[in-house]
Design a binder for this molecule. Sequence first.
Ligand code: ADP
Ligand code: MG
Length: 232
Amino acid sequence: MSLIELKGVDKTYLMGETKVHALKNVQLEVDEQSFTAFVGPSGSGKTTLLNLIGCLDKPSNGSVFVNRVKVNDFSNKEAALFRGKNIGFIFQTFNLLPVLTVYENVEYPLFMVQNVPEKKRDERVMKYLDAVGMTDQKDKYPSEISGGQNQRAAVARALVTDPKLVLADEPTANLDHENAFKIIELMKQMQRDLGTTFIFSTHDPKIVKEAKIIFNLEDGKIINKEILSNGN
Ligand code: ADP
Ligand code: MG
């Protein structure tokens, strides 16, 4: 079985009296250690799909399996535990906590979900700050560094718990092209070095080409899957 499997997944939101069909009968498998993109215009269902895989939301119909576990039966508490152990998130707006330094932001998940002892925590934080090239910025606050550097720190924060899976919702949308490519390259490098599975969403055609597997979404449906042979 794949790392992720969705079977007959529908997601309907109620907006007042109107039903919004955000996902319609989605079937999907994502292999372990892959570098996968969800691609489609705004409103096509990318965020909804990532939220279901990330156990942040539940489908209206169908099943979501992550690491062979049916995650849509989880209680909120079970979902939070599973997320903490298995999944890292990178968001479009970086979402670093402004009152914490870069170091403290990266350290935060180790307090929150994994209760790692102090010495080990420091080793882990420094390892990932080094991996993303942010060691010399570690004592700065998010407002004191660039967007690209914020996003590098967000990558370190997503990886510090050694998750099997990293979900990145339009991680390049607030970056210029140079920094966008750098972040994608960094995620790819982490996928190669650590064997982490990455799924990111985007609607930027230039960024899309960096993925190895692409699922194209339109109007809540997966319209096709592409496998790119981009030389990596
Ligand atoms: P994308 O990330 O591709 O822009 P979304 O997954 O955010 O797409 O949205 C898919 C559809 O679901 C859109 O029509 C959007 O308006 C709707 N939608 C998303 N979240 C909600 C919500 N919480 N309540 C109502 N409608 C929503
Ligand atoms: Mg979105």
